[in-house]
Design a binder for this molecule. Structure first.
Ligand SMILES: NC(=O)c1ccc[n+]([C@@H]2O[C@H](COP(=O)([O-])OP(=O)(O)OC[C@H]3O[C@@H](n4cnc5c(N)ncnc54)[C@H](O)[C@@H]3O)[C@@H](O)[C@H]2O)c1
Length: 358
């Protein structure tokens, strides 16, 4: 008789800004054991190892992947390395939690998907908003049919000053600007809650009008670990209309810089029996007794709770790696979102609507 594995041994590749959300969540997860960290920047990796108690420090991810003690990895590196590291990790027999976006191109996403199939290992895409309690609550209303059929969704993530610089603004390493960085989250959470409908067509626009506004003073914002404002060849603003085969549509806009009065985050879904707002604040709208009723769920957090969502994402990954759960964000969904993002960029470049066909 074999004893089922009860703990998952973890390596975290990329020890910059977002890795601390992974490392904190692994530290809080009783069934995860942090074994190793890895970063091109050795000092950064040493600091993460000291803070979180990792016994091993690598600067070359291939060496971490060759370590037989490690069962699973988080990939928290630049976007241009996600596909290559995911494939190498799967081939080395590790489960993978890959930060969003899954990768930069559809061709890369197809190769990662093939590697998942061939390895039989779990790959979870870091669509962290799927794991947030509020998303799960809205999904319960949707699954129960309380909102009817969702035919329209609208999502906005506008930063007036928020180009993180460094690799984020270097399209070779990031694959793009606010669309691939922020749009990926809000497009994904809408598509997921809409029931993952098949895409029919995509029409998008991108703009480079303001640059990164690095001259602005007295206002702080999220920066890459190696912040550098010199290189910026990504869009400032993107918008898109995504049509689905079931007739539903999704309207999105995202920015790194914009002459907006303030930053704006909203995620809204409209059905034929009711509506839901996930951001900026959870709310459900419906009708009762010929009266419009706005429902305010009484929950701990009315909007996205970063720490809780990462903790739930990591716990779900660990449970999936131990064979006790199915990931909520599999590689196939990462591929579909990559197709949408790439089609938006293609539409913006060509000035034409992109039709999806089987
Ligand atoms: N889920 C979220 O809300 C969220 C938020 C921020 C960033 N992210 C994603 O996380 C990833 C990392 O973003 P970040 O903000 O932490 O960036 P960052 O620049 O702060 O950190 C990235 C780290 O990766 C290291 N690195 C790059 N290539 C490497 C390689 N081949 N091997 C080892 N280390 C390597 C860099 O040296 C750096 O320390 C990105 O894909 C980003 O899209 C997700």
């Amino acid at each position: 008789m074999t004893t089922a594995q009860t703990k998952l041994n973890i390596g975290v590749i990329g020890n910059g800004s977002i890795s601390s959300a992974h490392l904190d969540a692994y530290a809080d997860c009783a069934e995860a054991v942090l074994i190793a960290v890895c970063d091109l920047n050795e000092t950064r990796a040493q600091e993460a190892a000291a803070k979180y108690g990792a016994a091993k420090v690598y600067t070359n991810y291939h060496e971490l992947l060759a370590d037989p003690e490690i069962d699973a990895v988080s990939i928290c590196t630049w976007n241009n390395t996600h596909a290559e590291i995911s494939i190498a990790a799967l081939q080395a027999g590790k489960h993978v939690l890959c930060e969003k976006p899954l990768c930069r191109t559809v061709e890369e996403a197809l190769r990662v998907e093939a590697a998942v199939r061939e390895s039989g290992k779990v790959l979870q895409v870091g669509f962290v908003r799927r794991y947030a309690s509020n998303t799960a609550l809205v999904k319960r209303f949707l699954d129960a049919g309380d909102l009817g059929e969702i035919y329209y969704a609208k999502a906005t993530c506008l930063r007036r000053l928020g180009n993180p610089g460094g690799w984020f603004s270097d399209s070779g390493r990031s694959g793009g600007g606010p669309l691939i960085d922020l749009g990926v989250h809000i497009i994904d959470v809408c598509w997921y809650l809409m029931g993952k409908p098949k895409v029919k067509s995509v029409s998008g626009n991108t703009y480079r009008k303001l640059g990164n506004r690095a001259h602005i003073q007295n206002l702080s914002f999220y920066k890459a670990a190696d912040y550098n404002a010199e290189l910026n060849d990504v869009e400032d603003l993107a918008n898109a209309l995504i049509r689905f085969e079931n007739g539903a549509s999704l309207l999105v806009d995202v920015s790194f810089t914009l002459h907006a009065k303030k930053d704006e985050l909203s995620v809204k879904l409209y059905g034929d029996k009711g509506g839901a707002e996930l951001e900026p604040e959870l709310a459900i709208m419906t009708e009762q007794q010929n009266t419009i009723v706005n429902i305010s769920p009484q929950v701990d957090n009315l909007s996205f709770n970063f720490k809780e969502a990462f903790s739930q994402e990591i716990n779900h990954f660990v449970q999936s790696g131990l064979g006790r759960a199915q990931t909520l964000s599999p590689v196939e969904d990462g591929l579909e979102i990559t197709k949408i993002l790439c089609a938006i960029y293609e539409s913006a470049a060509s000035g034409k609507e992109i039709q999806f066909s089987e």
